[in-house]
Ligand binder design. Structure first.
Ligand SMILES: *Cc1c(COP(=O)(O)O)cnc(C)c1O
Length: 391
């Protein structure tokens, strides 16, 4: 992976591993302590300190926010109680006349949130295939207030051009937010490509251990950071200190995890591509993938998410799931353990068969989040499943 230096001069893996380390003035604790207190003593009459109440601010949460902001190259970040709360922080302050332009194939929870807000008349919503240049240009004529971008997409790993879409959006006065959950700042930095906001489900790669639900919004502009921070306090969507502490603990190893996971992912993608039971592999790291050139230009790696279609369709999926070893059948991603999911019956079940077919999500499609298990064990485990398909 390319290590891109940031403004402070420290390389990103150094920030991830050590921002805030050995700064405790009370006892010299190397690991930044966790502050669980919900409230803070005033220094005297009308003399609040840096913190007064835990919904408005918390030192543990703020250290995570500062670390993520540095990693994403933003002015600051707001830590929320989930990825969806991070989206709603951005969307919830819009006005009924504001149009949100979102990808037609974005994360299901995001679509559900946007549709729910639009149905109540709180925003206007337009969904568009952002890989279709003409359709995107047409949608911009509606003058959106906010353009959401998600790349690579879930579960087909389609890659769109953040710099090009951001420039076009800005030209019509729209703010741009990129969901960077699938890659993390270790691989993709949307603000450097022109985005105004980066949104994370920290539940995934940033925490990395499948034991926290959390989210973050990073903003490029300090005025927007202040406004979002105010809004998070108004609506009360701030994340819990213990979750922030665990997430920062996860961030410490982000680069090492992602580096190893994506190396294994490329081996697995190559293995799957050559297997007769597999009809198609979606992974931008493969030279054969339609997103390969763009991903190579836009990202500093290819990540550890991939999906593949079994030649035998849904029958093969059932045989595969019954026989596969090592990987666990579960939703979510980005953890140290490998997870496999069946979008048609799990993450994308709510979409309905017709919308899935239109989006190219077949019943034979499986999505894999590659963990930290040994490559040979993972390949052997997957082989158990694949062998069962052809039986
Ligand atoms: C999981 C996920 C979300 C939602 O985050 P939660 O933490 O589950 O609320 C949003 N976008 C993407 C791409 C995700 O994978």
């Amino acid at each position: 992976m390319v290590e891109k230096p940031i403004a402070t001069g420290r390389a990103m893996p150094t920030i991830a591993a050590a921002h805030g380390v050995a700064t405790d003035s009370a006892f010299g604790a190397v690991v930044p302590p966790i502050y669980l207190s919900s409230t803070y003593e005033f220094a005297g009459y009308d003399k609040p300190r840096a913190y007064d109440y835990g919904r408005s601010g918390n030192p543990t949460r703020d250290l995570l926010a500062e670390t993520l902001a540095k990693l994403e190259g933003g002015a600051g970040a707001i830590i929320t109680s989930s990825g969806m709360a991070a989206f709603d922080l951005l969307v919830g302050r819009l006005r009924p006349t504001d149009l949100v332009l979102a990808p037609h194939d974005c994360y299901g929870g995001t679509i559900r949130l946007l549709k729910a807000r639009a149905e109540r008349g709180q925003i206007k919503l337009r969904l568009v295939d952002q890989g279709d240049h003409a359709a995107f240009a047409d949608a911009l004529t509606d003058k959106p207030a906010l353009v959401l971008i998600e790349t690579p997409s879930n579960p087909l790993m389609r890659v769109v051009d953040i710099a090009a879409l951001s420039a076009k959006s800005r030209a019509v006065g729209a703010a741009v937010a990129v969901d960077n959950t699938f890659l993390s700042p270790a691989i993709q930095r949307p603000i450097a490509l022109g985005a105004d906001y980066v949104i994370h489900s920290t539940t995934k790669y940033l925490n990395g251990h499948s034991d926290v639900i959390g989210g973050a919004v990073v903003a490029a502009d300090p005025a927007q950071v202040a406004e979002l921070r105010h809004w998070a306090n108004v609506v009360g969507s701030s994340g819990a200190p213990f979750d922030a502490w665990l997430t920062l603990r996860g961030v410490r190893t982000l680069f090492a995890r992602v580096d190893q996971q994506q190396r294994t992912a490329i081996s697995i993608a190559t293995y799957l591509e050559a297997h007769p039971a597999v009809a198609r592999v979606h992974y931008p790291g493969l030279a054969s993938d339609p997103g390969h050139a763009l991903a190579t230009r836009q990202q500093s790696g290819y990540g550890a998410m991939l999906s593949f279609e079994l030649a035998g369709g849904v029958g093969a999926v059932q045989s595969f799931i019954g026989a596969v070893q090592i990987v666990t059948l579960a939703e979510s991603l980005g953890g140290v353990e490998s997870l496999i999911s069946h979008p048609a019956t799990m993450t994308h079940a709510d979409m309905g068969a017709e919308a899935r077919a239109a989006a190219g999500i077949s019943d034979g499609l499986l999505r894999l989040s590659v963990g930290l298990e040994a490559e040979q064990d993972l390949i052997r485990g997957l082989e158990q499943g694949l062998n069962a398909c052809s039986a």
